[in-house]
Design a protein around this ligand. Structure first.
Ligand code: MG
Length: 220
């Protein structure tokens, strides 16, 4: 399973082909504040292709065309069934498992895109921009809340509970399924808490979701 055909790796040995990665912007009020932005009325959604995915332990090459890549640690919900519509009440039925991931962001490119009113695709969806841990099956992970943590070279930069999400996992699943349709293998990056910051070549970033999932990425 090379990166040409990326798969989720579950802690019970199961695998699932990586589909579309749906990412939510500004889902924690304190992060919206640090970006000088408001929590919007409807979720901000942007997409990453399967080629953005990397497994834990990967070395991510920082693109030459950005001078400022930020880490954003996020709880990642991996979808295990197809649905074109779902209620919040039945949303968890679609979830195969939970993981911790990084929504790596070329902040300089994103800031310019915001200024111009242009899409965020280049800033957000480049090859290697979505490292994700092994996936914990839902029956083991439960429904949360979980503690999200990110450290750079051993110093903690982000540390918050998923309880502080402005929109819950079922609310996000209902919204995305009803707008786009969800398929097994798709995943939702549920937004980042405050404390985002830059990474450089040589840095080691470690992320955790409570004590159930861990992600390590080296940058080159
Ligand atoms: Mg994010």
């Amino acid at each position: 399973m090379s990166n040409a055909d990326p798969h989720w790796h579950f802690t019970n040995g199961a695998t699932l082909r990586v589909g579309t990665l749906y990412c939510i912007g500004r889902n924690y009020a304190e992060h919206a504040k640090e970006m000088n932005a408001e929590v919007p009325a409807d979720p901000i959604v942007f997409l990453k292709p399967p080629t953005a995915y990397r497994k834990s332990g990967s070395v991510v090459s920082l693109p030459s065309w950005t001078k400022n890549v930020h880490h954003e640690v996020e709880c990642v919900v991996v979808v295990g069934a197809d649905a074109d519509q779902v209620s919040e009440e039945h949303a968890w039925d679609l979830v195969a498992g939970i993981a911790v991931g990084l929504d790596l962001t070329a902040r300089d490119i994103q800031t310019e895109a915001k200024r111009l009113g242009s899409p965020w695709a280049v800033a957000k969806a480049w090859s290697g921009s979505a490292p994700v841990s092994n996936v914990v099956p839902l029956e083991t992970a439960g429904h949360g809340p979980w503690q999200l943590q990110c450290s750079v070279n051993g110093s903690v930069t982000q540390n918050d509970t998923t309880n502080n999400m402005e929109r819950s996992v079922p609310q996000l699943i209902r919204f995305i399924a009803n707008v786009f349709g969800l398929r097994a293998g798709d995943a939702i990056f549920t937004g980042t808490p405050a404390g985002v910051g830059p990474v450089s070549a040589g840095d080691v970033v470690q992320c955790s979701l409570s004590s159930i999932a861990e992600l390590t990425v080296r940058f080159a």
